[in-house]
Design a protein around this ligand. Structure first.
Ligand SMILES: Nc1ncnc2c1ncn2[C@@H]1O[C@H](COP(=O)(O)OP(=O)(O)O)[C@@H](O)[C@H]1O
Ligand SMILES: CC(=O)N[C@@H](CCC(=O)OP(=O)(O)O)C(=O)O
Length: 263
């Protein structure tokens, strides 16, 4: 992707938090208080979110079949309409409402707003209406953060021709984190990180993760998550974690420190 190189030497450090659709119905008080604690410690926070389970329900209701390939939804035109209305019409405002209710000033956005997520088609033959992010309007995010407003970004992108494109939530999180040169990326999901033989790993390296994908230990929705995490780590963002809503889970590290398995 092309990054919008708007250097902000005086900007506060930024954390991107991606909330998986799997977590959105059960965000608890501890999550919101951890969130406020991070803000009080001097971080600007940008939220990106998915909504896979809500999309599945809405597609089922309309009898629209859809399949997922490598954790990415193959998206037909009619499925895209449902994805768009579910994420932008339901999931995003519900989350923004909960944040505001918890005393966190938040504003809902999607890829169309200020051309936040400009996309090209990823691979139409294979995935249909799925976007590949080419540019992120970082200036918009910086401006909101400067005013202590938390941007809450739904994973719908805009194509040059004005079409909406579906993007995996984990991909949006990593592209936004890279574009704004975040200090840290937290991928919040419904499990305490990467599980291997019934144990949650405290740390994981890119080479082990690739092996676990090959062996089928990592599958489905965890695949785009770890791929996004690796991409971000390799591009120089120092802290990348896959965690539950208590922010406990796996840190992706270039190589292992001593204690690798959570007790
Ligand atoms: N090795 C693994 N460790 C933990 N979870 C895994 C693993 N492999 C696959 N998963 C699955 O990935 C899911 C998280 O991905 P997903 O359902 O897409 O969540 P989200 O909506 O948060 O993006 C877990 O609930 C689990 O079923
Ligand atoms: C292209 C693609 O896969 N889009 C995802 C967008 C939602 C998402 O990523 O939701 P989670 O974060 O809950 O997995 C989808 O249609 O399900």
């Amino acid at each position: 992707m092309i990054m919008s190189k708007s250097m902000h030497p005086t900007a506060r450090k930024k954390i991107v938090i991606k909330l998986g659709g799997s977590t959105l119905e059960g965000l608890n008080k501890t999550f919101f208080s951890n969130f406020k604690h991070l803000q009080q410690s001097g971080y600007d926070i940008i939220i990106t979110h998915g909504g896979g389970p809500a999309i599945n329900k809405a597609l089922e209701k309309q009898n629209i079949a859809s399949k997922v390939l490598n954790g990415i939804r193959v998206t037909s035109k009619e499925a895209m309409d449902i994805v768009q209305s579910t994420l932008i019409g339901k999931v995003n405002p519900t989350l923004v409402g909960e944040l505001n209710e918890a005393g966190i000033t938040a504003i809902g956005l999607n890829g169309f707003d200020g051309q936040l997520l400009q996309c090209e088609l990823l691979d139409y033959e294979t995935y249909g209406y799925v976007g590949k992010i080419m540019n992120v309007n970082t200036q918009l995010l910086h401006q909101l953060c400067k005013q202590q407003i938390v941007p809450v970004v739904a994973c719908v992108g805009t194509a040059m021709n004005g079409h909406a494109l579906n993007i995996n939530g984990d991909t949006v999180a990593s592209e936004v984190a890279l574009a704004i040169e975040a200090e840290s990326l937290l991928l919040v999901t419904d499990v305490s990180g990467i599980r291997v033989e019934d144990e949650y790993m405290k740390e994981a390296t890119p080479s082990l993760i690739e092996k676990w994908i090959e062996e089928g230990v990592i599958y489905g929705g965890m695949i785009p998550k770890v791929q996004s995490a690796i991409q971000v780590l390799k591009s120089g963002i120092p802290s990348v974690q896959i965690v539950n809503d208590q922010l406990i889970g796996t840190t992706i590290v270039p190589s292992f420190s001593k204690d690798v398995v959570s007790k």
